[in-house]
Design a binder for this molecule. Structure first.
Ligand SMILES: [Zn+2]
Length: 360
């Protein structure tokens, strides 16, 4: 069994200079495809579930499914992560169901749509960190509101996302505040806002520095060289996938995602976890459309799901390779939760704040 914490996995990724894609799941087919991809290239895995996914599949189903995937692939370190936890209860119940990592997104209030102030974010994140670290689980915090710098707004996904207009300031994480936030909360990883947003419609043109602020990643990494950064909304929405979807009756307006080369640049500057959901959905949905269009008499769901799983597997394998995670699974010796908890208590895992910060 190889259930790994986010902290241990990202520490390894930082040592070796790679990034780990974090794929969202809510059903068995996605789980099978992601694990098949990971096993085929020996990559460690982050599987994450949103609150929406937990209510769709049910906590018990999700938990047993992950147990099964782990049993099928005991050689693959698997981190199960709560995506966008909105309050303490969401994070606590996730850990109860076997999640080894939680995101406490205090950039928004518990309704998951109203921007919260900095003090609220620090307080709730710190409380979740204390609770999780007692058990040995990891915590990802978020500073800054995720959304489009082009449009000045966020996008709802699975019932999560800022509502209404958001100022340019809120949409970019302040590097100085990031230092203070990490020091105050002791998070293991930090999600930052730099122009990526959830959903398929991230950019209306190929993104440049105006709308995808990679310099913010670099500035934060310079101040916090040992903190693992997380890029949300980092699907690439490849043109071939849009074209495939549309060629079988889909009506997806032209859109641009986050180019792979920008993600790879982020990985060179401290990005260790890269959240990908839209690409996975699109890969599967395009195949549903293809089967439905090409074989109109087909009614066996497996005939739709199998090619969709194959498409998802190929996409995931490509990301494992592009981010450098491939080949790293056998190099990781998984540390149990209890040992992680002991290390937190001893102070061995306290966040190290960079020297440049102290001088600044
Ligand atoms: Zn997100």
């Amino acid at each position: 069994m190889a259930r790994i914490t986010l902290r241990q996995l990202l520490d390894h990724a930082a040592e070796r200079g790679y990034g780990v894609p974090a794929f969202n799941i809510n059903n068995m087919e996605q789980g099978l495809a992601i694990m098949e991809a990971a096993a085929s290239v020996n990559a460690p895995v982050i599987i994450q579930a949103s609150r929406g996914a937990r209510s769709y599949a049910g906590d018990i189903m999700l938990a047993k499914m992950i147990d099964a995937l782990e049993e099928m692939h005991p050689q693959i370190p698997l981190c199960l992560h709560q995506d966008h936890g909105n309050d303490e209860a969401t994070c606590a119940t996730a850990i109860k169901y076997g999640f080894t990592s939680v995101m406490m997104d205090g950039s928004l209030k518990a309704d998951a749509k109203t921007p919260a102030d900095y003090g609220y974010n620090v307080d709730i994140t710190r409380r979740v960190v204390e609770m999780a670290h007692w058990i040995g689980a990891s915590v990802e915090g978020e500073l800054g509101v995720l959304g489009s710098l082009e449009l000045g707004c966020g996008e709802q996904e699975d019932g999560h996302g800022v509502e209404g207009e958001v100022s340019h300031d809120q949409l970019l994480t302040d590097p100085e505040q990031a230092v203070d936030f990490v020091r105050a909360t002791r998070v293991d990883a930090l999600a930052i806002a730099m122009g990526t947003s959830h959903g398929a419609y991230k950019f209306t043109r190929k993104p440049d520095g105006e709308i995808l602020a990679m310099h913010v990643v670099e500035e934060i990494h310079r101040r916090l060289p040992d903190i693992h950064l997380v890029m949300h909304g980092s699907s690439s929405v490849p043109q071939v996938m849009q074209d495939l979807f549309n060629s079988f009756g889909g009506e997806m307006p032209q859109t641009w995602g986050v180019p792979i080369e920008e993600i790879v640049r982020g990985i060179r500057h401290g990005v260790r976890k890269v959240n990908i959901d839209t690409d996975c959905r699109l890969a599967m949905a395009a195949m549903f459309r293809k089967v439905a269009t090409e074989n109109r008499s087909e009614f066996d769901p497996r005939k739709f799901l199998k090619p969709a799983m194959d498409a998802l597997r190929d996409l995931c394998r490509e990301r494992f390779e592009q981010f450098g995670a491939a080949g790293n699974a056998p190099k990781i010796k998984v540390v149990p939760l209890a040992e992680m908890a002991r290390r937190y208590r001893s102070g061995a895992l306290d966040p190290r704040i960079g020297e440049m910060t102290e001088a600044a």
